[in-house]
Design a protein around this ligand. Structure first.
Ligand code: GLP
Length: 249
């Protein structure tokens, strides 16, 4: 696991965007796994700028998003569908047919989840997966559990995640208590993974991810076993890490 520490959120966003831009330019038909949340917003802004200046093009890129709330209409301002369209997809030259997002309003989640897995596999698997991290070290919406989830499916959200995500909703009652998420196994199969984290509230999750035992109660800790993971974090999120364990960029 390689760790880059950036002085602040702005620098973290630029470093992450440069990494994605390199992937896009090296392999213009990359299959990207994308994440939502406030953390990658700055990275998406940088990618939009790079696309506007023609440094990169999404023309042949295919995307698969990590997760979506269950039973939240996709037009809802808090749906991940809306998030991705307003932060990235509507601002770059991506072919709308190349966008794949889990459907949180399907009737049969079991067969739909299998189809989502198959769609990723039939495209040759993910080249690069972008991740944020929850305060409890969840990735996607894979919450701390007794085991690491393997495949895409419906998950119950923990109180800590519902509390954290309630900042975007008018009231906590409006926060969905379930989501459909790629499994940890799905994420792990990606060729490369980049995980972003910013702020003090993520410091413990980052420390447990890097230094703790590999434990499904710390879902991101499984990344210690992956062959190609880059953590891009700001100084606050890195505040509990040993200074010899990272590079300052
Ligand atoms: C949500 C998303 C995750 C994200 C996490 C952290 O639960 N499902 O993919 O990493 O929130 O969000 P934020 O970046 O807003 O702290």
């Amino acid at each position: 696991m390689k760790i880059y520490v950036c002085k602040d959120y702005e620098r973290m966003s630029k470093v992450a965007a440069n990494y994605l831009a390199a992937q896009i330019n090296i392999k213009p038909d990359s299959i990207l796994g994308l994440a939502t949340g406030s953390t990658p917003v700055g990275m998406y802004e940088e990618l939009v700028k790079k696309c506007e200046s023609r440094e990169i093009s999404f023309k042949n890129i295919k995307t698969f998003n990590l997760d979506e709330y269950v039973n939240l209409p996709k037009e809802n301002i808090n749906s991940y569908y809306t998030f991705m369209h307003s932060n990235l997809f509507d601002k770059v030259d991506i072919n709308q047919n190349n966008i794949n997002m889990p459907n949180g309003n399907t009737k049969d989640f079991d067969s739909y989840s299998k189809e989502y897995e198959e769609a990723i596999a039939s495209n040759g698997g993910l080249d690069l997966q972008v991740l944020g991290i929850g305060n409890n070290a969840h990735i996607g919406f894979n919450e701390p559990n007794e085991y690491f989830s393997k495949e895409t499916g419906v998950v119950d959200l923990t109180k800590s995640t519902i509390d954290a995500n309630s900042r975007f909703f008018d009231s906590i009652e409006e926060v969905p208590n379930q989501a459909i998420s790629m499994g940890i196994g799905t994420i792990f199969k990606s060729e490369k993974i980049i995980l972003l984290a910013s702020g003090k509230t993520k410091a413990e999750a980052i420390n447990n991810t890097v230094n703790g035992p590999i434990d499904p109660h710390v879902p991101a800790s499984i990344l210690q076993l992956h062959k190609n993971v880059l953590l891009v974090v700001d100084e606050e999120a890195a505040s509990l890490l040993d200074k010899n364990s990272y590079e300052i960029v």
